[in-house]
Design a protein around this ligand. Structure first.
Ligand code: HPA
Length: 303
């Protein structure tokens, strides 16, 4: 598969967005990447952001290495349940992979520029292909807890300038918001999950700021605007990854199904437990994505 280059302006393949202004990770991300490598972490082509409850996937890496994210001098400490805040690397089927075990969220008080730091660090470590995972509320009545939704697009109901901290300059007014979910890779992820015996479908993610789960009226509204799942993360990372030119697959684990007329209690502990139970499907997707990922991107000239 041809690798995308990392030029600043590019015409991107068929995912509904003609042109985006390309960006690079900030210089501090490159310094943090050097720190990771000096401490024993690997450069890798494939990166993973492990969302709520999915941190256990680090234990499936061969030759696993981890370090606290804050020791990179670049990543912030997460305060959310189920987000360990470590960076990990190792191999999957012999292919180097780097993982962020947890993320930070806007509802923890972090500004937009901090929500994209993890993805910038992954790109600075050579990542070209990114798997972003999260826990979400399912909005279709036919959904069941534990199923996977491979995102085909998102509805950003928070709408902040997510990719603007990247070098060299902010997106201009009128730029296409760089949500790019690689359709061919998404299809492969979907097939891989189903092959692993996991219930999976394609769908649209609605991004709300949280931190509380939605009201019944909000769940009804989200169904009307044709969202399939709802959550409080991921979109800032996807937008930044799009501007960094990464191939992106995003996978949501449905941890509760919104039935506005028969509401059930959901708490963060349930969400973590159900997300952890979905690890086999996410792992099957990752094994599919490492297959033809190619070598890591070379460090940028300003690194
Ligand atoms: N809403 C928002 N975020 C979530 C939910 C939800 O119902 N479940 C897991 N993350």
């Amino acid at each position: 598969m041809p690798q995308r280059d990392h030029s600043e302006t590019d015409v991107l393949p068929p995912c509904g967005r003609p042109t985006v202004r390309r960006g690079r990770p900030r210089a501090e991300a490159a310094v943090a990447a050097e720190r990771v490598v000096a401490a024993g972490g690997r450069r890798a082509t494939v990166g993973v952001v492990l969302g709520t409850g999915m941190g256990g996937l680090v234990e499936r890496l061969a030759d696993a290495w981890t370090m606290p994210g804050v020791e990179t001098g670049w990543l912030a400490r997460s305060t959310a349940t189920g987000h360990a805040g470590r960076i990990a690397s190792g191999t999957v089927d012999g292919v180097p992979v780097v993982m962020l075990q947890g993320r930070v969220h806007g509802y923890e008080g972090f500004p937009p520029e901090m929500l994209t730091r993890g993805v910038e660090l992954l790109a600075a470590l050579g990542v070209r292909r990114l798997l972003v995972t999260n826990a979400s509320g399912g909005l279709r009545p036919t959904m069941t807890s534990g199923e996977l939704v491979i995102l085909s697009d998102h509805i950003d109901l928070v709408r902040k300038p997510w990719g603007d901290a990247l070098e060299p300059c902010p997106a201009a007014a009128g730029d296409i918001h760089a949500a790019c979910y690689d359709p061919a890779l998404g299809e492969r992820a979907f097939v891989a999950a189903r092959r692993a015996g996991v219930i999976a479908r394609r769908g649209v993610y609605a991004f709300l700021s949280g931190p509380s789960y939605e009201t019944r009226a909000e769940y009804r509204m989200l169904r009307r605007i044709e969202a399939d799942v709802v959550g409080m993360s991921t979109v800032p990372e996807i937008v930044a990854a799009g501007r960094l030119g990464l191939e992106v697959v995003a996978c949501s684990v449905v941890t509760n199904v919104a039935r506005p007329d028969a509401p059930e209690h959901t708490d963060a502990e349930d969400v973590c437990r159900l997300a952890a139970d979905a690890a086999d499907g996410v792992w099957a997707i990752l094994r599919e994505l490492v297959q033809d990922a190619g070598p890591p991107a070379a460090p940028a000239a300003n690194d």
